[in-house]
Design a protein around this ligand. Structure first.
Ligand SMILES: Nc1nc2c(c(=O)[nH]1)N[C@H]1C(S)=C(S)[C@@H](COP(=O)(O)OP(=O)(O)OC[C@H]3O[C@@H](n4cnc5c(=O)[nH]c(N)nc54)[C@H](O)[C@@H]3O)O[C@H]1N2
Ligand SMILES: Nc1nc2c(c(=O)[nH]1)N[C@H]1C(S)=C(S)[C@@H](COP(=O)(O)OP(=O)(O)OC[C@H]3O[C@@H](n4cnc5c(=O)[nH]c(N)nc54)[C@H](O)[C@@H]3O)O[C@H]1N2
Ligand code: SF4
Ligand SMILES: [Mo]
Length: 674
């Protein structure tokens, strides 16, 4: 394989952003870099890219790129920066113990990086304190899938299967903005969208159910109640492939449709239409996105949708199934190789003695030397600089000052650290607060594997030379490990081979996958394209129904904070905006933080379009520009989180199982700024 970098040939690779990982080619002619869609990658077959993909070359050329390490804001040589970090880590560890040093990773990092960070934390730092932004993303869906199927593969079927379904139910996802090329696979089926807003996706739907934020669990219970009441359960499938239906069925008796309508605001007739369409479809899929998942009851909400899918007989049937639309570029692989607090490579559990034994052997250490599970992402951030909490933090591939819930508090915690080190491409809001900033190579300047939302392992290839002065994340970890007495590889292929050995025999087993195979087969599914056709990954091979109960949001509106706030995304910005806010065309398309509100609410508050409004919650306040739209419920306002602001308001109430925060609902007050 050519690694020659710049040259006239078009290098086949994948997009820097979301989990669809659209195929694209990059051609570099001197300083001019052009991007074109590939047509051989199924996820974006036909050669589609969204606006972010089309403009991604600017990530490589824009003037805001970091090219030198910074120590307390001043440029320094790499040796100085790395020596400083290694010395401080060693000193803090010596004074306060290994758990005083923490690592925060990201689901946008390659598999090689995610694996290396997990190994670095456990082997070199000896800390249990490592977690990553995937906790903020799909961890509730992961927990629910593990509970029901014994395995979490976001989509346990190729994304192209969706096009052949007759009906697709999508709870809390807006792919028309978050994964536009995916919509091409959704134009055939009848689409049922559950979203408190009439989004671009909801406008394409055959049926749009518009619940109050935070009530999806009740809605899913109501749908299953109706399915049972109408005698539409796939009894043969339930008997042959599942356990626990009776218990769930009994638990649903009180969820009669009128009660569900009162809680959710969705009319009974609409629920009935949805249930009948699903039950009469030959092939159907139930999907969840962040709208259903990012709640303090996200795991139970997804479980309720999985229960519905099981009663319909969908999972493990060709052309049908349940799936989660994973979000980040390597959202799937990022959760498999050990940067999560409770995991070891291969999606192994860190508290499983056999898993510890296997991974310790690959790492050449004693199993007893491996730390146990550590704090989850928000709990880790919340503990920084407190008595007993970490005093040093290394951040790779995340910008929590913008993206974490209750972000002003998170910024305070970061400020209380003895040492904050951020490896990034640009001076993100988090990097701007760091003691040491390490400038890294990105995406098209380096090679590595990404696992897309359907579990397909892809090769993202180096296509252009890196700017002078930057180093890869793998090189940085190698240098730090070296200074702390350990030898780590920095060559991605070498790391991938080791990852293969470490993951061998685990739930996500990459041991048979090589860079060559990935290229030859245009991506390789771990576990095969449809892992559940014959049986599920549970001990008895059956999928498990689990009874779950609805409960209110952690914070419901009251006299002081009478309106629901929900948050999410817009097409032209990505995540914390660290990358896309620096791209001119994207910034023009989505220039500022706004607050979307219904005309009736706006009138009641004497707000007109374009006004500056203040939004206040119990955590803090933010201003934004008013946008008035009847596509949102009267009782709810929406803010995108791509700018600092929305997360000053959000509620860090955590799901008890997944430890995911409640980004999608809290209570606020909205005022016009005089
Ligand atoms: N343009 C763009 N694309 C992206 C990203 C990005 O930042 N920008 N990020 C990527 C990542 S990491 C992710 S995780 C995915 C996320 O992809 P999505 O899940 O599609 O994105 P969101 O906008 O967070 O949420 C989806 C919808 O949930 C709705 N919603 C809010 N509250 C509720 C609720 O209580 N119930 C229900 N049913 N719906 C609710 C919102 O109105 C929103 O339309 O997108 C990926 N793609
Ligand atoms: N209110 C609200 N908040 C949310 C959400 C929501 O829906 N509502 N969604 C949540 C979700 S789903 C997610 S995934 C998170 C995402 O939020 P973040 O974790 O903040 O994600 P990004 O903005 O993608 O941050 C990635 C950072 O890594 C840098 N980077 C890019 N490539 C590399 C690399 O190769 N190496 C290194 N070291 N750095 C790199 C980028 O420049 C950027 O600064 O936000 C969460 N926050
Ligand atoms: S949909 Fe996602 S992967 Fe495809 S071009 Fe847009 S950001 Fe990139
Ligand atoms: Mo995400």
């Amino acid at each position: 394989m050519s690694e020659s970098g710049a040259g006239p040939q078009a290098v086949p690779t994948h997009c820097p952003y979301c989990a669809l990982q659209c195929g694209m080619t990059i051609t570099a002619r001197g300083a001019e870099i052009t991007i074109a869609p590939r047509t051989d990658v199924p996820a974006n077959a036909g050669g589609a890219l969204c606006q972010k993909g089309w403009t991604a070359a600017e990530l490589l050329t824009n003037g805001e790129r970091l090219t030198t390490p910074l120590l307390h804001g001043r440029p320094v040589a790499w040796e100085t920066a790395l020596d400083h970090v290694a010395d401080r880590l060693a000193a803090i560890r010596a004074a306060h113990g290994p758990d005083a040093v923490a690592v925060f990773g990201g689901g946008g990092l390659t598999n090689e990086k995610a694996y290396t960070l997990g190994k670095f934390a456990r082997v070199v730092l000896g800390t249990s304190q490592i977690d990553y932004n995937g906790r903020f993303c799909m961890s509730s869906a992961a927990a629910a899938s593990n509970r029901a199927f014994g395995l979490d593969r976001g989509l346990p079927f190729p994304v192209t299967d969706l096009a052949r379904a007759d009906v697709v139910l999508l709870a809390g996802g807006n792919p028309a903005e978050t994964m536009p090329p995916l919509v091409r696979h959704l134009t055939g089926p009848r689409l049922i969208v559950i979203d408190p807003r009439r989004t671009a996706t909801a406008r394409l739907a055959w049926l749009h159910l518009q619940p109050t934020p935070g009530t999806d669990l009740a809605l899913a219970l109501g749908l299953l109640h109706l399915l049972i009441a109408e005698g539409l359960v796939d009894e043969e499938y339930v008997a042959a492939r599942t356990t626990g239906f009776e218990q769930v069925s009994t638990s649903l008796t009180s969820w009669w449709p009128e009660r569900v309508e009162r809680i959710t605001g969705v009319p009974v007739a609409r629920m009935r239409e949805a249930v009948r369409a699903l039950a009469h479809a030959e092939r159907a899929a139930v999907l969840t996105g962040r709208g259903a998942e990012q709640h303090a009851k996200g795991t139970d909400t997804v479980t309720a949708f999985i229960n519905l899918a099981l009663a319909l007989g969908l999972p493990g049937r060709p052309g049908s199934g349940y799936g989660c639309l994973t979000g980040q570029g390597n959202g799937q692989g990022g959760r498999e190789h050990g940067q999560k607090a409770d995991q070891l490579p291969g999606y192994r559990r860190i508290d499983d003695p056999a898993a510890r034994e296997h991974v310790a052997r690959v790492w050449g250490i004693e199993p007893e030397a491996l730390p146990g599970p550590g704090r989850s992402a928000y709990e880790l951030l919340d503990a920084l600089g407190t008595a007993g909490g970490p005093r040093a933090l290394l951040v790779f591939g995340s910008n929590p000052v913008v993206s974490a819930p209750r972000s002003a508090h998170v910024a305070d915690r970061l400020g209380a650290l003895d040492l904050l080190v951020v490896a990034d491409v640009v001076l993100s809001e988090t990097a701007a607060r760091a003691d040491v900033v390490l400038p890294v190579t990105q995406w098209a300047e380096e090679t590595g594997t990404m696992t897309n939302l359907e579990g397909r392992v892809l090769l993202r290839r180096r296509a252009v030379p890196a700017p002078e002065g930057v180093r890869s994340d793998l090189e940085i970890v190698q240098e730090l490990a070296g200074r702390l007495g350990h030898r780590f590889p920095a060559d991605p292929r070498e790391v991938f081979d080791e990852l293969g050995r470490a993951s061998a025999g685990g739930a996500a087993d990459y041991s048979g996958i090589t860079y060559e195979r990935i290229v030859k087969e245009t991506g390789v599914f771990w576990g095969g394209p449809r892992p559940f056709l014959d049986s599920f990954a549970t001990p008895d091979g059956r999928a498990r129904f689990t009874p779950v109960e609805h409960r209110p949001a952690a914070e419901e509106p009251d006299d002081d904070y009478p309106v629901h706030l929900t948050t999410g995304r817009v097409l032209a910005q990505y995540q914390s905006g660290a990358q896309t806010r620096r791209i001119a065309a994207l910034n023009k398309a989505a220039p500022e933080l706004y607050v979307e509100l219904h005309p009736d609410l706006a009138e009641q508050l004497a707000i007109t379009a374009g006004d500056v409004v203040r939004v206040l919650s119990r955590r803090g306040q933010s201003t934004g520009i008013a946008r008035i739209s009847d596509s949102i419920r009267r009782d709810t306002v929406f803010m995108p989180f791509h700018w600092e602001g929305a997360n000053r308001l959000t509620n860090p109430a955590l799901d008890p199982l997944s430890r995911m925060p409640e980004f999608k609902v809290c209570a606020v007050r909205v005022e016009r700024v005089a």
